[in-house]
Structure formats: C-alpha cells, structure tokens
Design a protein around this ligand. Structure first.
Ligand SMILES: [Zn+2]
Length: 90
C-alpha cells in the first residue's frame, strides 16, 4: 500500500509527521481515536484539543471548552439557548 508521502519522497526537506495531528490525514476523523467522544478529542475537524467535555446537543458530539465557547457565543448573539453544555468529569 502506497504511503501518502510517496509523492513528496523526492523532496530532501520533507520530514515525516511527528504526530497524527501533523499528518496529512489530520483532518480525517477516523485518524483520531475518540474524536467527538466525551473526554476524548474535540469533534471540530480543525481542532485536536483533548478533554472534550462540552456536549453539542444538535449532533451529540463532544467539543473542547474553547470551541464550545465559540459555539455558545454565536448562539447567544442569535438569541438562542447555548448550543453546548458542559458534561464535566465526575
Ligand atoms: Zn476544539
């Protein structure tokens, strides 16, 4: 099976990714075990923060406090109830 790096293997400046978050598949949810799950990784595609304890009531996924705050701020501005609620660890 060809690797995703094969097309850049001729580039001497290229270094293999150090972490999954830096890999070419960083945007692939399947690359992140526990993504979107309570206490796992934030569900937001562009975010790899851990400790996702904010429950998004519209899609049933969990987000980090930073992303949840952003969502809730948008809801507040639109006069809607908060999108995410904190399901803190016991
Ligand atoms: Zn996040």
């Amino acid at each position: 099976m060809a690797t995703e790096a094969s097309h850049v293997s001729g580039n001497p400046g290229w270094q293999p990714p150090l972490t999954p978050a830096r890999s070419p598949r960083w945007h692939d949810p399947n690359w992140h075990p526990g993504k979107g799950q309570r206490g796992g990784e934030c569900q937001r595609v562009a975010c790899d923060n851990r400790n996702a304890y904010w429950f998004n009531q519209t899609n049933g996924q969990y987000y980090c406090s930073s992303c949840a705050r952003t969502f809730n701020e948008v809801s507040r501005r639109n006069g809607q109830p908060p999108l995410c609620e904190l399901h803190a660890p016991a």
